[in-house]
Design a protein around this ligand. Structure first.
Ligand SMILES: [Zn+2]
Ligand SMILES: [Zn+2]
Length: 407
């Protein structure tokens, strides 16, 4: 099918200004609009709307100017197959032509996109690290197969709504102290559909859709973390009256692991190290998500020292060949229950290292006041001796000196 030149459709020159294009469109649209009983022509109007859609948009117009109709089909827009309902953004302009009444512009598009659904998925720690395949069951709305989605019992069909005469909208006039206001509202009788079901389909109770379980094979990518969302396109509720389906959003939850703590792509592990190994150094088997691996513990390791194990962390979500690291936190364990022999060996060790197990100076304060062997008590005794031992001695010293001064 050959397409007419858009400038020709609008009846304007190729160098027409946007204002001229708008004016030409308005006058022709009024004439060709399907609601116009004398001269309405739906296919001509569609052609006109398509032409205006392109020429009123600077970017699309320049594409069209350079490449013609071909310039518009391959690109991001893809105007081929555009339907009548897609021009709903023009409805505002139409309402200006036709006075904003119920017959103005387009009726509300009866096609409705289905709802998006949420699914909570619980994963084990390692499933999130390495990814997995899950079969999930989603309950979504599908068109009723008994009534083909129109909600009417077999043998009957939806009838035109008498309230809105099939338009889906009605004019409502409200009186207020400021005067009368008229507004166009969705028809309350048919909910904007323009038709009503007289005898409801028993399978879907007139709703046109039924909820059904559907199994979906879900591929969970490696490196996913709790709180992430996975989108399954078109698995949500089916759209009403042939509308596009919604999506399913899978919200990921990850269980905690008794040994591993995840921080992004890094995994932390607490690894106890014996007192002797911390001092002497050695090798330890440490758990990783890839299984146990041996790490070297350097001699003289302090509690809290970390060891980096490269590449044993979590794969990057979008680049799973690259992996994070594991950090091992070495915790030196002090032995608690010593056998007599162990105690003896440790005491020998302390002796060799000249480590005092008891403090020499100052001596610990004895809280028992009556114990005269305490340091404080001994100090006091020494002072008293130096000062003459008694108050009588002090007095004697004082008088003696005075006497000497008088001599
Ligand atoms: Zn049904
Ligand atoms: Zn109605």
């Amino acid at each position: 099918m050959t397409k007419r030149d858009y400038y020709e459709v609008l009846g304007v020159e190729r160098n027409a200004s946007s204002e001229q294009i708008k004016r030409a469109f308005r006058s022709k649209a009024r004439h060709l609009h399907p609601d116009n009983k004398e001269s309405g022509d739906e296919s001509a109007f569609k052609e006109l709307a398509a032409a205006y859609e392109v020429l009123s948009d600077e970017q699309k117009r320049s594409l069209y100017d350079r490449y013609g109709h071909d310039g518009l089909t391959g690109g991001a827009g893809g105007f081929e197959g555009m339907d009548f309902g897609a021009f709903s953004d023009l409805s505002e302009i139409f309402s200006q032509f036709f006075g904003g009444g119920p017959r103005s512009g387009f009726r509300r598009s009866p096609v409705e996109r289905g709802a998006d659904l949420k699914y909570d998925l619980q994963l084990e720690f390692l499933e999130a690290v390495f990814g997995c395949e899950k079969k999930i069951s989603v309950r979504h709305l599908e068109d009723c197969t008994v009534c083909s989605g129109n909600g009417a019992a077999p043998g009957t069909g939806p009838v035109t709504c008498s309230t809105c005469a099939g338009m889906g909208q009605i004019r409502q006039t409200t009186s207020t102290f400021l005067g009368q206001f008229t507004q166009v509202i969705t028809c309350p009788n048919c909910g904007g559909e323009g038709t009503r079901v007289e005898k409801a389909c028993s399978n879907c109770k007139g709703r046109g859709q039924v909820r059904k379980s559907r199994d979906i094979e879900l591929k969970v990518p490696a490196g996913i973390d709790g709180g992430s969302r996975l989108r399954i396109p078109n698995a949500g509720d089916q759209g009403r009256r042939g509308g596009p389906p919604g999506d399913v959003y899978v919200v990921v939850h990850v269980s905690e692991h008794p040994g591993f703590v995840r921080e992004g792509t890094t995994i932390h592990v607490r690894q106890p190290v014996s007192f002797s190994m911390a001092a002497l150094g050695g090798e330890l088997s440490v758990p990783t998500v890839d299984g146990p691996r041996v790490v070297k513990v350097p001699a003289g390791t302090q509690s809290g020292t970390t060891v980096l194990m490269r590449g044993h962390g979590v794969p990057q979500l979008n680049n799973p060949t690259r992996r994070g690291d594991q950090i091992v936190h070495l915790i030196v364990e002090t032995p608690t229950r010593l056998s007599a022999e162990e105690r003896k060996l440790l005491e020998q060790l302390a002796e060799l290292r000249h480590e005092r197990l008891k403090s020499a100076e100052p001596e610990p304060v004895e809280e028992n006041a009556g114990d005269e062997s305490g340091g404080r008590a001994r100090e006091k005794t020494r002072d008293a001796t130096r000062d003459g031992g008694s108050i009588m001695g002090k007095i004697a010293d004082f008088f003696g000196a005075k006497d000497a001064g008088n001599e």
